[in-house]
Design a protein. Structure first.
Length: 393
């Protein structure tokens, strides 16, 4: 006799930001031990072909997530070269698919695991919120986009209200006996999944002896705030568009700024467009905000007038504004239109954008608030970035 588990998913916010992580991440919380190691088991994307299936086999596996009386009339999505597409148009409002690993939490160690095949059938209420994110993420993966780019795009979709809020009664069937959810344990865990907002696990009797209920809280972007030296070392592998991380180092709590607060952090050095150099400081215990520090004079070396803010929990960054020189000498600007543009506005704006991408990749979510503090030329930089962040380059 099959023992079916009931998974109740409590979304941390009714706004549904947690559904930036569609069915698979929630299934992981329901089917897998929370003691999973945080080692990056699959550090990079596998070849595209390893994520794809023969189409008829994929349709059959997707239908296996729910009883045939439901899945037989459901819309079926399959993964094609451009992302998930409709292979069968249904008529009952349910949507069935086989989720891949990259529909899970961005800091899940198996994020790029090509073996994952999570059969899922969403009822109409769940599908209306989840499917747009599934389509967006799959399109970006198949185009070779990075995790950071994906998460920024997903959050933008929520901020721009391109994704409907979760409706009452949203649920999923994940009853397949042949699905593969994870490398851990028995690799699968057939269950029904009910989605709701803001309820406590004890309200469902989750965890009680003999209870088939498993409650999992899916938090917005599912990012762990506290990082370690091991995470800092792994940050060297973060990939960024037109930028390259050149060095990372874990700075312990007894560093030279200890008097301002014993807070360990990760120092990340990067080069942007081969001209601009930046140093980002990422606190182990992040407060969720980003603070960029300005630079005085004509800059010429990486400066951050407020680097000590890292000890208050801020992720912070400084830049050399695109050139190397003494701060009070401007000879670098002679016949150097690109250097002037970098100093004037481009380098600071690129530094801000790339650092936000680093933050997303490192913490698993974007900053909740972004600030710029500077004086003298640093104040000018702050005004220029305020304009650039609204108008664009």
């Amino acid at each position: 006799m099959q023992i079916l588990r009931f998974c109740f998913v409590s979304l941390a916010r009714p706004s549904l930001a947690a559904l930036a992580l569609p069915p698979l991440v929630i299934a992981m919380g329901c089917a897998v031990s929370s003691a999973a190691a945080q080692t990056d088991t699959y550090p990079r994307m596998a070849a595209i072909g390893q994520y794809q299936m023969e189409e008829s086999a994929e349709i059959q596996l997707a239908r296996g997530a729910a009883p045939n009386s439901i899945s037989g009339d459901a819309t079926i999505l399959v993964l094609r070269r451009q992302g998930y597409e409709t292979a069968v148009q249904g008529k009952n409002g349910f949507v069935c698919m086989v989720a891949r690993s990259w529909l899970a939490a961005f800091d899940w160690p198996e994020f790029w695991n090509p073996k994952v095949r999570a059969a899922d059938c969403m009822n109409p209420q769940a599908a209306r919120s989840m499917v747009p994110i599934v389509l967006l993420r799959s399109k970006m993966v198949m185009a070779g986009r990075s995790k950071a780019e994906m998460l920024l795009a997903v959050n933008a979709a929520f901020e721009n209200k391109q994704v409907p809020k979760l409706e009452s009664g949203a649920m999923d069937y994940m009853m397949s006996q042949t699905a593969y959810l994870t490398d851990e344990g028995e690799h699968n865990g057939p269950h029904l999944m009910f989605l709701t907002a803001g309820m406590d696990a004890k309200d469902w009797g989750s965890g009680a002896a003999g209870s088939p209920h498993i409650a999992h809280t899916a938090r917005a972007n599912d990012g762990r705030r506290v990082r370690t030296a091991a995470d800092c070392a792994a940050a060297l592998r973060i990939t960024l568009p037109n930028a390259h991380i050149t060095a990372t180092s874990a700075v312990p709590s007894n560093d030279s700024l200890r008097a301002l607060g014993p807070k360990p952090y990760c120092r990340v050095e990067a080069t942007l467009d081969a001209e601009t150099h930046i140093v980002a400081l990422l606190p182990d215990d992040w407060n969720g905000s980003f603070l960029m520090g300005g630079a005085g004079g004509y800059v010429g070396a990486v400066q951050n007038q407020f680097e000590a803010s890292v000890h208050e929990g801020y992720a912070t960054v400084g830049t050399d504004a695109g050139h190397t020189a003494l701060a009070l000498l401007a000879g670098w600007a002679f016949r150097n239109d690109r250097g002037i543009a970098d100093y004037g506005h481009l380098a600071v704006h690129r530094t801000a954008e790339v650092t936000k991408a680093i933050i997303v990749a490192y913490y698993g979510r974007p900053p909740e608030h972004s600030y710029f503090i500077g004086c003298s030329n640093g104040g000018r930089e702050a005004l220029m970035e305020a304009r650039m962040s609204v108008a664009g380059p």
